[in-house]
Every structure is written in C-alpha cells, then in structure tokens.
Design a protein around this ligand. Sequence first.
Ligand code: ARG
Length: 264
Amino acid sequence: MKRFLMCEPKFFEVCYVINPWMEGNLGKVDKKLAKQQWENLYGIVSGLASVSLIEPVAGLPDMVFTANAGLVKNNEVIVSSFRHAERQGEAEHFQKFFASQGYRVLRLREGTIFEGAGDALFDSLGRLWFGSGIRSASHARDEIVAALHVEVHALELIDTHWYHLDTAFCPLPQGQAISYEKAFSRKSVAALNDAFGENIVWVSESDAKNFACNAISIDQSVIMHKASAELKFVLKQRGYEVIEVDVSEFLKSGGSCKCLTLEI
Ligand code: ARG
C-alpha cells in the first residue's frame, strides 16, 4: 500500500507572492473552506493509501504543500533546499520528521536549490524525471544522481506558471503519463515523446490551468482538482478512473492535489 505525507492547513494562507497564481490572492484564502477541502482530499487519499501527518508550523503557510518536503527513494530522502526565503524555514521541520521516521536524510550541496518531489518524479518504470529552470537548479541533477544512484532525465521548464515539474507532468502506472506541452522547452517535449510515445496524454490548456497534471496517482485512480469530460474519457479508455476533489483555495497559492501530498 502506498504511503503519503500530508500537513493540515492550520496556518495556510497566501501572504506573499512567489508564483504567478498567488498574484491578486493575498489574504484571499477562505480558511474554513480550505480546511474542508483539505479534509475531503485527506479522506479520499486515506481511503486508498496510508497517510502520515506532519505538524504544521505557524509562519510557514506553504508547509501544506508537502510535495516540496524532499525526494524520497526507499528509506532515503533528499530534503529540499528552497529557492525563496519565505519557504526556507520548512526544511528543518521536514528534516526532523524524516529523521524521526528512520529515513537516511541527505541534503544537496549548500546553495544547490532543489524543491523535492515538486520537481522530481519517478515514473512507473523507475526513471526519475527532473524539472528545472524556474525553481530547482539544473545542476542539482548531477547531485541527485550521485546521492541516490538513479538514472535522471532532465526536463526544462520555461513558463513561470508551470514552475514545478508536478504542475505539468504526472507519471501514471503501466508506463503512462499526462503532461502539458507549453510548460516545456521543445527539446524536453521531444524527450517526453521519445520516452513515452503513445503512452503520454497531452492535456489541453484549460485542463492544465485546472491543474489536471497535478494529480495523485494511486493504482488506477487519478485524483485531481478538475478534469474536462474529454480528459476523463481519454483516461478511462486507458484504464484509469478520475476522482475530482475541489481544492480551489489551494489553487490560489499555485498548488493542487498532488502538491498537498508526498509519497513516502
Ligand atoms: N505557494 C507554493 C509555492 O509557490 C505552492 C507550492 C506547490 N507545490 C508544488 N509541488 N507544485 O512554492
């Protein structure tokens, strides 16, 4: 059974702007609604997998986005080194959590920015896809290879709206994936097409803007904020069931379902 880490939105709000989705949303989070939406998501995920929780910390509103805690592989974790000062305080709490759970905690070299599973995703064939260009530094790739002894495929993100790899790419079981083309350089789109061929579903701009690629994949279920009828149909044909859960309050911060979880 898969296991995920989540963090209650006790201190979640939009009080700074570090991605384009946060613009215009300062102070606009409906906290009661956010709590309800998070609980709905928690209910769905814990029905399909086991969920561990980390204690939220005052003053760290984005700690709910546990995808950015680090990159986990078996019992090892590379804890993130955040680009923005606003999120840098999260790292020590995530590091403590992983150490207390018996993980071997690794960090990249001082100064190497790396935002964890927001930018690094294993596909079902065990290949690690690493996105850089907006948040994580491209040179983190070689350090990840050295730390985890994995094959790493680099992708270049080119649009600040798709600032983390997990906003535009989601590997699915059986070697499939969904992705949004405009997030990537032409070379990276070609690399994804080469690697996945027919097995990649390129989503429309409107699905991408509803964060369809920021999905949680558990067995044949794909949990996302919203999907068009067309996307649901395509995924159904490929053997998946889309489960929608409204996380509108978290979209105000530029995050959706997948960002709110970390597979550990
Ligand atoms: N406000 C957060 C940030 O900009 C959202 C993080 C979303 N996380 C993710 N894995 N895409 O850092």
